[in-house]
Design a protein around this ligand. Sequence first.
Ligand SMILES: Nc1nc2c(ncn2[C@@H]2O[C@H](COP(=O)(O)OP(=O)(O)OP(=O)(O)O)[C@@H](O)[C@H]2O)c(=O)[nH]1
Length: 430
Amino acid sequence: MRITKYPRLSVLVMLLLSGVLLLWQHFGMNRVIRIDGRSGLPMASLDDRVSGGASVARLIRSDDTVALHCLLSAAYEWPFCEMSIRLTPKEEGIDLSRFEFIRLGVEYRAPGTRNLRFYLRNFDPAYGKANDDTTWKANELSFVPAVGGEVKTIPLYSFNVAGWWLAELGIPVEHAGPDLRHVRMVQLSTSGLKDPGEHVITVRFIEFHGKWISREQMALVLVALWVALAVGVLVNDLRQMQRRLRHSRRREEDLRSLTKTLQLENKVVGELARRDPLTGVRNRAGIRDELLREAELAQPDRPLAVIFIDLDHFKQVNDEYGHDTGDLVLKQFTHEVSNLIRKEDYLVRWGGEEFVLFCPNTALASAIQLAEKIRLHLRNLDWEGGLHVTASFGVTVLAREPIGDCLKRADEALYQAKNEGRDRVIARRP
Ligand SMILES: Nc1nc2c(ncn2[C@@H]2O[C@H](COP(=O)(O)OP(=O)(O)OP(=O)(O)O)[C@@H](O)[C@H]2O)c(=O)[nH]1
C-alpha cells in the first residue's frame, strides 16, 4: 500500500497493526526454556570435600526428576552440597536478560532451615575464564522452595551478585552488577549455615519465561513505524501542496493566455464588424466614431469634406457580366480610390455600389478637385473584363450643422449628378 495514495487508510492500518502487535506481545510471543530430567543437559554434584570437609553429595536422575542427595557433615566450617546444570557448551551462553521470571519446580527436604541458593553463572571474558566456571559471575538468589509440589515463581530482577564471589575474585566495581546475558550454568546449593544430616534437593523443572520481543523493543518498533508513517504523510502532504500549486499556476497561465487570445479575437471580430467583407474598406458602423470625432474637429479653416460616390449603371454590370464580375469591379474600385486619397482620408462603403469619402482638413475646392481626379481615373481605367465603368460624385463640406444635414446635402448633389447624365461631379455649398 502506498502511503502517498491513501494517508488516512495508512494511519488506520497502522493503528490496527499497533493494537494487534501490543496485544500479541502482551498475551503471546512467549518464550520458555525448560530444564528437567529429560533435558539431557550435563549435570554434576559438588560438596565441601573439595575444601577439606566431609559432606557427601550424590546426584540421582530419574525419568522426571533430578535429585541431589546430600549427607551434610559438620566437619567443615562452611559445609555445602550443590548441583550444577550446564545450559550450553557455547561460550556465549544463553541470553536470559530478556526473560521476565523463573518458575521453579524444586523441593527441599532438610533437618533445619529450608532456604536454598540459586545461581545463574554468567561468563564474560571481561572478568572470567571460559574454562573455569568458578570465575563465571554468580548471579545469586536465596529462596525457600514451595512445598507439596507447588511451583515458585521468581522475577529475574531479584538476582544479585554473590558477595563471596566478588570478594574471592576481586571483581572491579564496573563488573559488580548482575549480568544475565551469557548464562552458561545453573546451580542449586545448600550453602549457608545448615544443620548436619540428610538434605535432598529435588528438581522437577526449572523454567525461564520471557517474550521473543520485550515490551520495550516492541515500543521502539512501534515508535519507529509511527515516525516513519508521520514522515511519509508529511512528505505526501508537502508533495500534494506543491502539485496543487503547480497546477493552479498552470491554470492561471492558461487563463491568462486564453484571456489574451479572447481579447485578440474580440479585437479581430470587432475590426471585422467594422469593415466591409468584400472590399475591406470601412462600413457605416466602422466609421461612426471617427466621423463624430472629425466632425467635432472640423472648423471653417479646417473643413471636413464629404464626397458621395456611386457607380453608374452598376445593375447593368451585374446583369450583363454576372454578380462575380460586379464584385470584382467593386474591389477594383476601392483599390483604385484608396490609392488616390491620403492616408488620413476615409473611404467608406455606404451600401451597395455607393461609397462615401471623408476628407478631413479639405476645403470644398480641393474636394471637387479630388472627386474630378477620381472620376477621370475611373473612366480611363482598364477594368476587369474590359468593362467601361464610370461614377457620379456629390461633394460638400461640413458647416456648423449636424453631420446628417451635411450627408444629406452630399447625397442630393450626387442625385443631381445622376440626373444630369452621370459620370460627373456636382458640388453643393453648405
Ligand atoms: N456584384 C454586386 N452587386 C451589388 C452589390 N451591392 C449592390 N449591388 C448591385 O448594385 C446594383 C445597384 O443598382 P441600382 O441601384 O439600380 O443602380 P445602378 O444600376 O448603378 O444605376 P444608377 O445608380 O442609377 O447609375 C444592384 O443591381 C445591386 O444588386 C455587391 O456587393 N456586389
